[in-house]
Design a protein around this ligand. Sequence first.
Ligand SMILES: [Zn+2]
Length: 147
Amino acid sequence: MTCLECNKKLSYLDHRASMDLFQAELCAAHRSRLELLIRKGQIPAEAVMLYYGLREAGIRPMLAWWDGKKTVDLALSRVKLNIEIDRGLEAMTHEQAMHELEQTMHSFRNGFTTIRIPHFLIRNHLRETVVNVLGIMEGLKANIKVV
Ligand SMILES: [Zn+2]
């Protein structure tokens, strides 16, 4: 049990706290940096779970990436893929839904595809979610080559 970021050895309590929060091994220092982002509402905890799930698969996404207009939960710039976590906290108003659609349009104009993944899917089925994201990346890579 060592921190994925700094290789520091984790105590059992740090291990437990980190696995409960993010399903990933992080020391107290690295964990609290991410907790701060979450508390500020920048990203949901599931973004961190998916981030480390993808890292485990050899992918290095960008977490809480500022694209010039908004913070994207996760971005894979090599294949121009934005991943937003659907937080599903409350029903969306039509203004919020339209705002989201407009943001997707802006990203698309910049060549970025946006996918939205429900938070519970990441929380409860992280591995399968990662496999599917990898598949989407493969598909995007193939399309980039064709163009
Ligand atoms: Zn660390």
